[in-house]
Design a protein around this ligand. Structure first.
Ligand SMILES: NC(=O)c1ccc[n+]([C@@H]2O[C@H](COP(=O)([O-])OP(=O)(O)OC[C@H]3O[C@@H](n4cnc5c(N)ncnc54)[C@H](OP(=O)(O)O)[C@@H]3O)[C@@H](O)[C@H]2O)c1
Length: 295
């Protein structure tokens, strides 16, 4: 008997937003370096349409991908949006002409970011907005995010944002944000080989809050491990499918947003929800985090 479609379903806490656990991350749809238009605009539209046709109803984006590029492609490919589609975007960054990633965290910048997302996605309100802490580029760093989360909470009261999440954050920052407003998701860097958030994932699971790993396949440095390849070979699947299936098994509150610009890879990633990993295989894969990082 086949398993639940796309890894089963999850409802963002305190909301009416229910999504399949396997979603899609749109960052790869912009040009090289997440800058400018895609090399294959028709291909980008095809990936999004195929995802939604297959049942994906959780799409992650940002107006600073491109900038503006992925949101406009999403609108072109999917508008008018089907009922039940949840688009999650993020604020907190900007891309100046030198293509760097810079913080955009003043009240004016955050407010302008909401309006950019609304305009480019063609929406009157944003389902979920993550406040993404830019930091130094080396993972989450402690420091208050209260001022920025308060601005998002004000924009929520004005009806421009329905729900708020946080991204690239520490456990203390999650708690700080929760003292200001309801937090419906946390999006941090996590995968089979990079497991700094194990304790945070378990804590969020106890609270019913989804944890959405970015770079689930390793991001700009795709996962490579002989253990992963061996397991995939044994199961007749691909390493990327095993990496995604491992995340689905890791905790029931993990939602996936793997990114791809390829319809073939998309189909492969969506099929990962059909893979069952035995306790022995999970234990073997758990060892990957301790393996040396390949050169
Ligand atoms: N909150 C944040 O700060 C943050 C940061 C980064 C990303 N994100 C979000 O998280 C999403 C996922 O992260 P990501 O896209 O950067 O990284 P990812 O999902 O870990 O990996 C994407 C990379 O893997 C390749 N790939 C995908 N499926 C594959 C397959 N089946 N076989 C082989 N290669 C495959 C893609 O290339 P192809 O295009 O050739 O398939 C791309 O190079 C993003 O799209 C974005 O929405 C959020």
């Amino acid at each position: 008997m086949s398993k639940a479609k796309l890894g089963g379903r999850f409802t963002f806490p305190g909301t009416s937003l229910t999504v399949h656990r396997i979603g899609y991350g749109a960052m790869q749809l912009a040009g090289p370096g997440v800058w400018g238009p895609p090399k294959d605009p028709d291909g980008a539209v095809a990936v999004l349409r195929e995802a939604v046709a297959a049942g994906v109803n959780h799409i992650d984006t940002s107006d600073y991908y491109g900038p503006h590029v992925t949101n406009r492609i999403i609108r072109q490919a999917l508008g008018p949006y089907p009922a039940g589609l949840v688009i999650v975007t993020k604020l907190g960054g900007r891309r100046p002409p030198d293509k760097s990633w810079q913080p955009a965290i003043s009240p004016e910048e955050l407010t302008a970011g909401v309006h950019d997302n609304l305009r480019n996605l063609g929406l009157e309100a944003l389902d979920v907005v993550n406040y993404r802490v830019m930091g130094s580029g080396h993972g989450p760093e402690e420091g208050s995010i209260a001022a920025q989360v308060t601005v998002l909470a004000d924009l929520r009261r004005k009806g421009l944002i329905r729900h708020i999440g946080v991204s690239n954050v520490t456990a203390a920052q999650v708690a700080e944000a929760q003292a200001i407003t309801d937090i419906v998701c946390v999006q941090n860097n996590y995968n089979l080989a990079y497991r700094h958030d194990d304790a945070l994932i378990d804590d969020l699971a106890r609270q019913g809050i989804p944890y959405v790993p970015f770079f689930p396949l390793g991001g700009f440095t795709p996962l490579q491990s002989s253990t992963l390849s061996n397991v995939a070979g044994r199961l007749g699947s691909t390493p990327m499918q095993v990496a995604l299936a491992w995340l689905l098994h890791r905790s029931p509150n993990i939602l996936l947003i793997p990114g791809t610009s390829s319809v073939v890879h998309l189909r492969e990633n969506l099929a990962a929800g059909q893979l069952t990993l035995s306790p022995e295989t999970l234990a073997e894969l758990d060892g990957i985090a301790a393996e040396p990082v390949p050169d």
